[in-house]
Design a protein around this ligand. Structure first.
Ligand code: AMP
Length: 284
């Protein structure tokens, strides 16, 4: 069987989190590799390094089978022939409309007749059409937030994560056009391919595992009920007999975020030998 070709961002914001995710999913990417096409023979895949903006086209044209892009890029390119396999939880941003604080532009209705500079003309045109607003859309690919200052536009429609760049340029958000995060996508022609299902399960199980920890402890039998009552109720904890008579081991999957307030009460309740370990894969 031929290798599944995965298009991965070669640089930019999504490159490092994608590398990390694939490594966790069992597809290590050599950090110093300068080749654009890297076979990972043990996993039957091939990595094609590409610009995220090109990845939808590469998948559609058959140059790659699956890939990682921003949801915003998929929306802008159109998803014909492509489908989202997994939302990846990184690269979060919004495509937002923003105007100079003192421009008197506060709502979508105020956009009528304005010049809007954007990196996402298709998404913006759809937004304007939906609201019946006629505006003049200009496409720019970089430094969009400067457009009002240099007189190239009245309003911008650009990607925002922290909002700091907008603030620094005296801009205020008017509306959010789209919410986005990185997504793993596949070409429709491979949607039912077993190799895609294998990759998808590996990635999903890594993402599910990341916020979780495996907690192990020993509980004196007299305190067992009290200790179990402290643990999250959704999944029943595992209770195992110990070699000694008066204690049991308790194992549970817990949210990492809950641990700081869980450990002390467990200790106070009589738990000992507490161990917390990371989980690499989790399939609920
Ligand atoms: P890059 O390759 O660094 O230009 O960014 C690729 C993707 O990163 C964008 O298409 C977005 O999906 C995502 N992203 C997240 N936050 C931002 C941001 N503040 N500005 C630009 N892109 C962002």
């Amino acid at each position: 069987m031929s290798a599944l070709r995965i298009a991965v961002p070669s640089k930019g914001r999504l490159a490092e989190p994608t590398r990390h995710l694939l490594a966790d999913a069992g597809i290590p990417i050599p950090g110093d590799d300068r080749r654009l096409l890297v076979p990972v023979e043990a996993q039957g895949v091939e990595l094609l390094y590409a610009r995220t903006d090109d990845i939808p086209t590469l998948l559609r044209d058959g140059a790659a089978d699956v890939g990682v892009v921003g949801g915003n890029q998929l929306a802008e390119h159109g998803d014909a022939g492509l489908g989202v396999l997994v939302a990846l939880g990184f690269g979060a941003c919004t495509l937002s409309l923003a105007a100079p604080v003192d421009a008197g532009i506060a709502t979508a209705d105020d956009l009528a007749g304005r010049r809007i500079a954007t990196s996402h003309p298709h998404v913006l045109q759809a937004y304007l059409a939906e609201r019946g607003v006629a505006a003049d859309v200009t496409t720019l690919s970089g430094s969009i937030e400067l457009a009002p200052t240099i007189g190239a536009a009245d309003v911008i429609c650009d990607l925002v994560s922290t909002g700091e760049t907008l603030r620094q340029n005296g801009l205020r958000i008017i509306d959010t056009v789209l919410r986005s995060e990185a997504v793993l996508i596949a070409a429709d022609r491979v949607a039912d391919d077993d190799r895609v299902a294998v990759l998808r399960t590996a990635v999903e199980s890594v993402l599910a595992a990341r916020p979780k920890r495996y907690l192990m402890l020993n509980a004196p039998d007299a305190a067992l009920e009290r200790i179990l009552a402290l643990l999250p109720g959704l999944d029943a904890p595992t209770v195992l007999p110990l070699a000694r008579e008066d204690m049991h081991a308790v194992h549970a999957v817990v949210d990492a975020a809950d641990l700081p307030r869980l450990l002390h009460p467990l200790k106070e309740a009589g738990a000992s030998g507490l161990l917390v370990v990371p989980i690499e894969h989790l399939i609920p």
